[in-house]
Structure formats: C-alpha cells, structure tokens
Design a protein around this ligand. Structure first.
Ligand SMILES: *Cc1c(COP(=O)(O)O)cnc(C)c1O
Length: 378
C-alpha cells in the first residue's frame, strides 16, 4: 500500500528507556517504568489511581470483576464497538444488552437506556467512539436513577474530554488502550482508571494474580499472599518503557493527529456539500484525531469506494461488524429492540488512513482520491 491505514511510530526516548529498563535489572511487570507511567496519568488526569495493564481488554476484565457481575446479570452497551467491550463481561457469565447508537456521534443513545434496564441490569458501558464523548451527564443520571455502575470504554478516547472533564475519569471506572492502532501506543497496552477510593485496593490485587504484592512492593506489609480472584494483568517493563516515552510526547502526538483530522474535514467539505458523502459533525477539539470516518450514501457505494481507494494504494477500511449480529453476540448477548442506526452506519462507514507517518501531501492525495472515487461510485 502506498498509504497504509496505520503505522506505529517512535517519538523520542522509546529505545533509550527500554535499554534503561534492562540495565536497571527488571523487565517483568510492576517496576519503575510502570510506576512512572502511572504517575504521568495520575498527574495529567483527575483520577484516584491509574493502573497500567497489558491491554484495554485486561482493564475491562478487571472492571467487570470490580463491578461484581455474575451469571444472569445484564450489562448495557452499544453493539457498534470492539468485541472486548462485551467479552470482559461475558467471561464473568453476564449478558451484554446491545442498545442502538446516535446517528450524529455514533455513540450509545442515552435516550434508549431506560427501556433497556431490567431488574438484572448492573452496569452501563459507554464507548467513546473515535474519541468523541458520549452524553455523560445523561448517562450518569440514568445510572444513578437505576443504581448502576458506569464503566467507560475509553479505549479510543485518551486525552479527549466531555465538558472539560477527561474521558475515562467520569464513570466509576475507565479503561484506556495503548494498542498500536491507538493515539498513544506501546504495542499492546492499557490502563484502568479508578475514580473512587473504594475500589483501588481490590483493583491492585486483581491485577497481581489475586495477591497483595503491590502493597508488599510499597513496603506496607512484610509478606504477600493470595487474597482474591485475579489474573496477570501487568505489562512487562519493556512495554512500560516504550509507553512512558510516548506519554511524555502526548501533546505533540495529539496535536498532529488533530491536525490530520482537520485537514481531512476541510479537504472533504466540498465533496460533502454535493451530498456524495457525509462527514462527522465533531471538530478535532471535540474528538481526538483517533479515527477519521465518513459515510457513503449506501452500502453498495461504500464497497465501490473502498475497492477503488485500495486499488489506488490507499488503505481505507470499514469498521465493526455490529456485535449483536456477530456469531458470539447472538450466542451471549441480546439486542434491545431493532438496532436500525447501528446496522445502517456499520454498512456505510469508511475510515481513512490516520497516523503519525502521514504527511500533508498524503492527506491531499487521499482527499483527491476519495473525491474522485465518490463522485463516480454512486
Ligand atoms: C481498541 C479497543 C479495545 C481493546 O483495546 P486493547 O488494548 O487492544 O485490548 C476495546 N474497546 C474499544 C472500543 C477499542 O477501540
């Protein structure tokens, strides 16, 4: 591909930090670089505690354990999301209840929450698609009214905000991803943001194979022991060393991603004005430059545009097969009514290449190619 969809890029001290980790004598989890990443998050986000994990999936699994959900319990979430949003809860025996999304933000439609709540509902999982915030005031209000916990899947939303509040810090728990496809990366990586004091100690135990090893490392107890369920959710130090180098350059990374997003939005505005495509309403200040999507007028046109772009060496892609219609979604979850917006959007959405390796000239090439393909593909 002339222009790949994504590409991991180093931004500074990644390799020197990895060398330091090895020289320091610890490359297993729980070391100096993991603590420095956590300190960075705790300084830059208003959280009680940030726990680095080896993936956002791991953070979601920890959140599901902390929520205490079990067989028969229901968890409200969008269907237009990644499988991990659901698997974390399915692993505990709970049932995902898929609710439709809003056509403007592609996020969970908060107006449909009440109708989805039953006596078994325990948790709402808002997913901030493309880094654009869900309607958190309304979601928190519905959660409070029904006595539910809110776990934000902020995998795509690191350093994006809602009414001035960082995403991932508004619900009871928030989950971030540093997967190589996200804005800030460490290959595989994630974080659990704990936004209240009551859950911190147990979260540390769940991450350390059910032991109180974190307290032992801090010198708070003289031996550690098995306390609870849990798993191995710490990243190794090589991953944390890479991540710290990225976090330290977060402003520069985010500014470039947002500039790319704006360049696409401005470049494609004339095409959108003809009605050939639909662009996101959100500007780059509201979103975070993680994904740039557009909508084709119908599924057939979407396929033709994607074929032509890829034939021209531009790796544009579609996004989720909605979870409610996937094999596992049919087996483990249920849809709340007809998910008309989800089905419609999923069949028409196109994502354009966006990554730090993209030049302004690349963006101009993509804009020209999309314009040519979309005007002849209808
Ligand atoms: C990327 C992503 C995840 C999974 O993140 P990993 O770090 O790869 O485990 C979960 N939910 C959403 C919405 C994502 O985009």
């Amino acid at each position: 591909m002339k222009i790949p969809f994504g590409r991991p890029t180093m931004v500074g001290r990644e390799l020197s930090y990895i060398a330091q980790a090895v020289e320091h004598g610890t490359i297993a989890g729980g070391g100096m670089f993991m603590r420095r990443c956590e300190a960075w998050l705790e300084t830059n986000l208003p959280v009680q505690r940030a726990l680095i994990t080896h993936s956002c999936t791991a953070a979601l699994e920890m959140a599901a354990m902390l929520a205490g959900v079990g067989p028969g319990d229901e968890v409200i979430m969008p269907s237009f999301t990644f499988s991990s949003t659901a698997t974390a809860f399915v692993l505990r025996g709970a049932t995902p209840v898929f609710v439709d999304i809003r056509p403007d933000s592609l996020n969970l439609d908060e107006r449909l929450i009440d109708a989805a709540v039953t006596s078994r509902t325990r948790v709402i999982v808002p997913v901030h698609y493309a880094g654009l915030a869900c309607e958190m005031d309304a979601i928190m209000a519905r959660a409070e009214a029904h006595g539910l916990m809110v776990i934000e899947d902020a995998a795509q939303a690191h350093l994006s905000s809602y009414k001035g509040r960082a995403l991932g810090t508004i619900g009871h728990l928030g989950c971030l991803s540093f997967h190589e496809t996200k804005n800030i990366i460490s290959g595989e990586g994630g974080a659990l943001l704990v936004n209240g004091p009551g859950l911190v100690e147990r979260a540390e135990i769940l991450r350390e194979k059910g032991t109180d090893r974190s307290r032992f490392f801090r010198g708070e107890i003289d031996k550690y022991t098995w306390r609870d369920i849990g798993s191995s959710y710490c990243p190794g130090e090589i991953v944390s060393a890479f991540l710290l180098a990225q976090l330290e350059e977060a402003d520069r990374i985010m500014a470039r991603r947002r500039a790319l997003y704006d360049a696409y939005r401005h470049g494609l505005a004339p095409l959108a004005a003809t009605g050939a495509i639909t662009l996101p309403e959100a500007d780059s200040a509201q979103a975070n430059g993680h994904i740039f999507w557009l909508l084709a007028p119908d599924p057939g046109t979407r396929s033709r545009i994607l074929e032509r772009l890829n034939a021209a060496g531009i790796n544009a892609v579609f996004h989720y097969v909605p979870l409610h219609s996937s094999p596992a979604g049919l087996r483990f979850g249920r849809a709340q009514g007809e998910l008309r917006v989800t089905d419609d959007i999923a069949a028409r959405l196109i994502r354009l290449p966006i990554h730090l390796g993209l030049t302004d000239a690349d963006v101009a090439d993509v804009v020209a190619a999309v314009t040519a393909c979309a005007t002849t593909a209808g």
